[in-house]
Write a protein that binds this ligand. Structure first.
Ligand SMILES: *[C@@H]1O[C@H](CO)[C@@H](O)[C@H](O)[C@H]1NC(C)=O
Ligand SMILES: *[C@@H]1O[C@H](CO)[C@@H](O)[C@H](O)[C@H]1NC(C)=O
Ligand SMILES: *[C@@H]1O[C@H](CO)[C@@H](O)[C@H](O)[C@H]1NC(C)=O
Ligand SMILES: *[C@@H]1O[C@H](CO)[C@@H](O)[C@H](O)[C@H]1NC(C)=O
Ligand SMILES: *[C@@H]1O[C@H](CO)[C@@H](O)[C@H](O)[C@H]1NC(C)=O
Ligand SMILES: *[C@@H]1O[C@H](CO)[C@@H](O)[C@H](O)[C@H]1NC(C)=O
Ligand SMILES: *[C@@H]1O[C@H](CO)[C@@H](O)[C@H](O)[C@H]1NC(C)=O
Ligand SMILES: *[C@@H]1O[C@H](CO)[C@@H](O)[C@H](O)[C@H]1NC(C)=O
Ligand SMILES: *[C@@H]1O[C@H](CO)[C@@H](O)[C@H](O)[C@H]1NC(C)=O
Ligand SMILES: *[C@@H]1O[C@H](CO)[C@@H](O)[C@H](O)[C@H]1NC(C)=O
Length: 439
C-alpha cells in the first residue's frame, strides 16, 4: 500500500514536471532493482583473498562509517568463495576454511545489519578464477544462492562451452539464468534474485541485456588510474541512452580509495558513475579509507541523482569540447553533459585536460533548458547555491581531471535584453517570415 502511494506520487510529480509524457518504464520490470544498486563488492580490494571475516568487517564498516545511511545497502561477494569442485549431489560448496561458518551464517549477519547480500557465479563451465560456473546448473545454483540467503547475483562471462554443446549465442546463454531466476521466484514466492550481468563490452549488452537483468557491464575491467576512468567515460558516452529504470549500464566497481587516483580524479570518477546511473559498488578496503575518499562516496546530493525516483535516464554529452562532437577518444572523452532530474537539469563538466581550465556553456546547448528563462545554480560538490545563470555559465579554473556537477532550476523569465533575441539563432525568424535582428 505504502509503495503504491509512493509510486502514484512519483508518477504524479513526473507528470507535473514534464506536463506531458508519462514516465518511460522499460526493461525487466520484475519488481526488484528499479534504481541502480548501491553497495560494496570484494573484488577490487581483495581479489581472491576473501573470507567471512573480511566480508563481515566490510559490512560492519559500511554501517559505522555511515555508508549504509546514505544508501549503500548491498554487500556483494565476488569470485573465489567456493570449493573447486561441486558436492557429490552437484551443488556448489562454500570454501570450508574461508567460509567455515557457512553462507547462511554470513548472510544472516549481513541482514541483521540491515543490508542485502550478493554472490557471484558465471554463465560458463567455470568462473574467471576457475571455480564452478553455472552452465547447465542455472536453476540449481540460483536456488542454492537463495537458500544461502543471497539477494543478488553477479553473473560473469568466462569459460564458455564449445559451440557444439551450447548451440546458443550470448543472448541464449544469459536467457538460461534469467529464466531460472524467474522460475525460482515463481516456485518459492520470494522476490527474484537481482541479476547483474558481467558480460563485458564487446558483446554490446546494452542492445539486449535489459530484458534479463538490472545491469550489464559495458567495458572491460576498471583499474585505479585516470586513464582507465577517462576511457570508461568515453566508451559510455556513446551508449548513455541505454540506462533507465530497471536496466543500467554498469561502468564497473568504484576505484575511489584505490591506486593513484587524485582527489579530483576520484571525484570525477564518482560523479560520472553516479550521474550516468551506473551501479555504485565501493571497491576499496574500508578499514583504512581516507576521510576525503569517504566524503566523495558520501556526497548525498550526487547519490540523490543516481537514485532519482522520478527520472531514470543518464546524463548525456551535449558538446564534446576539446574534440569535435562524437569523436571517440579514450584520453579526452566528452566534457559537457546534461540530463533531466526530479528537481531540475543536471550539468556535468569534466576537465579532461592536464591543466586547470575555465569551462563555459550556453544554457540552451542542453536540450532540457527552456529559452527565455533564467536558472538558479546549485553546486553539488561545494553544496552551495551559486546565484542565477542567465544565458550561460562559466566554471572558473576547474582543476585538471576534475569535475563540476550543477543542478539548475527554473527561476522564471530572464531579465529583459539579456542578449540576442534568439539564444540559438539558426532559423529563428519573425512570425511574418522576415529575418529578425542578429539572425
Ligand atoms: C581472512 O582474511 C584476512 C585478510 O587476508 C586475514 O587477515 C585473516 O586471517 C583471514 N581470516 C580467516 C579466518 O581466514
Ligand atoms: C575435482 O574433480 C576432478 C574431477 O572431476 C578431480 O580430478 C579433482 O581431483 C577434484 N579436485 C578436488 C580438489 O577434489
Ligand atoms: C555465526 O557464526 C559465528 C561463529 O561461528 C557464531 O558465533 C554466530 O553465533 C553465528 N551467527 C549466526 C547468526 O548464526
Ligand atoms: C589499506 O590496506 C590495504 C591492505 O589491506 C593496503 O593494500 C593499502 O595500501 C592500504 N591503503 C592505505 C591508504 O593505507
Ligand atoms: C529533490 O529535492 C528533494 C528536496 O530537497 C530531495 O529530497 C531529493 O533527493 C531531490 N531529488 C534528486 C533526484 O536530487
Ligand atoms: C585525443 O584528444 C586529444 C585532445 O584533442 C588529442 O591531443 C589526442 O591526440 C587524441 N588522441 C587520439 C588517439 O586521437
Ligand atoms: C553570457 O550571458 C550574458 C547575459 O547574461 C551576456 O552578457 C554575455 O555576453 C554572455 N557571454 C557569452 C560569452 O556569450
Ligand atoms: C560555487 O560557489 C562556491 C562557494 O563560493 C565556490 O567554491 C564554487 O567554486 C562555485 N562553483 C562553481 C561551479 O563556480
Ligand atoms: C553561446 O552563445 C553566444 C551568443 O548567442 C554565441 O555567440 C556562442 O557561439 C555560443 N557558444 C556556444 C559554445 O554555443
Ligand atoms: C515583420 O515583423 C517584424 C517584427 O514584428 C517587423 O519589425 C517588420 O516590420 C515586419 N515586416 C513586414 C514586412 O511586415
Amino acid at each position: 500500500m505504502g509503495s503504491f502511494v509512493l509510486l502514484l506520487a512519483s508518477l504524479l510529480s513526473a507528470w507535473t514536471l514534464f506536463s506531458g509524457e508519462p514516465v518511460h518504464v522499460q526493461a525487466l520490470d520484475d519488481g526488484v532493482a528499479r534504481l541502480p544498486v548501491l553497495g560494496y563488492n570484494t573484488w577490487n580490494a581483495y581479489h581472491c583473498d576473501i573470507n567471512e571475516t573480511v566480508v563481515l568487517q566490510g559490512a560492519q564498516l559500511m554501517v559505522s562509517l555511515g555508508l549504509k545511511d546514505v544508501g549503500y545497502t548491498h554487500v556483494n561477494i565476488d569470485d573465489c568463495y567456493a570449493e573447486r569442485n561441486r558436492s557429490a549431489s552437484g551443488d556448489i560448496v562454500a570454501d570450508h576454511v574461508r567460509f567455515s561458518s557457512g553462507m547462511n551464517n554470513l548472510t544472516d549477519q549481513i541482514h541483521d545489519l540491515g543490508m542485502k547480500a550478493g554472490i557471484y557465479s558465471d554463465s560458463g563451465w567455470f568462473t574467471c578464477q576457475l571455480y564452478p560456473g553455472s552452465y547447465q546448473n542455472e536453476y540449481r545454483d540460483a536456488k542454492l544462492f537463495q537458500d544461502w540467503g543471497f539477494d543478488y547475483l553477479k553473473f560473469d562471462n568466462c569459460a564458455i562451452p564449445y559451440d557444439d554443446i551450447i548451440r546458443q549465442g550470448i543472448v541464449g546463454k544469459y536467457q538460461r539464468i534469467a529464466d531460472a531466476i524467474a522460475q525460482l521466484a515463481k516456485d518459492t514466492g520470494k522476490p527474484p534474485l537481482i541479476l547483474s550481468l558481467c558480460e563485458w563490452g564487446e558483446e554490446q549488452p546494452w542492445l539486449w541485456a535489459r530484458r534479463f537483468g538490472q545491469s550489464w557491464r559495458t567495458t572491460g575491467d576498471i583499474s585505479p588510474d585516470w586513464g582507465s576512468i577517462a576511457s570508461i567515460i568515453n566508451q559510455n558516452s556513446f551508449i548513455a541512452w541505454a540506462s533507465d529504470f530497471y536496466g543500467h549500464n554498469d561502468m564497473d566497481i568504484l576505484e575511489v580509495g584505490n591506486g593513484d587516483l587524485t582527489y579530483e580524479e576520484a571525484k570525477t570518477h564518482f560523479t560520472a558513475w553516479a550521474l550516468m546511473k551506473s551501479p555504485l559498488l565501493i571497491g576499496t578496503d574500508l578499514s583504512n579509507i581516507s576521510d576525503s575518499d569517504l566524503s566523495i562516496l558520501k556526497n548525498e546530493e550526487v547519490i540523490a541523482i543516481n537514485q532519482d525516483p522520478v527520472v531514470g535516464t543518464s546524463v548525456t554529452p551535449f558538446r564534446w569540447g576539446i574534440n569535435p562532437d562524437w569523436v571517440s577518444n579514450s584520453t579526452h572523452p566528452a566534457q559537457y553533459w546534461s540530463g533531466e532530474s526530479q528537481n531540475g537539469t543536471v550539468f556535468m563538466l569534466v576537465n579532461t585536460l592536464d591543466e586547470p581550465a575555465n569551462m563555459f556553456f550556453n544554457l540552451t546547448e542542453s536540450p532540457w533548458i527552456r529559452a527565455g528563462r533564467q536558472y538558479s545554480v546549485r553546486d553539488l560538490w561545494t553544496h552551495t547555491d551559486n546565484g542565477t545563470a542567465v544565458r550561460n555559465f562559466t566554471a572558473h579554473a576547474v582543476p585538471a581531471h576534475s569535475v563540476v556537477a550543477l543542478l539548475l532550476k527554473d527561476a522564471g523569465d530572464e531579465p529583459p535584453n539579456s542578449g540576442p533575441p534568439c539564444a540559438r539563432p539558426e532559423w529563428c525568424i519573425n512570425q511574418n517570415g522576415t529575418l529578425g535582428p542578429g539572425a
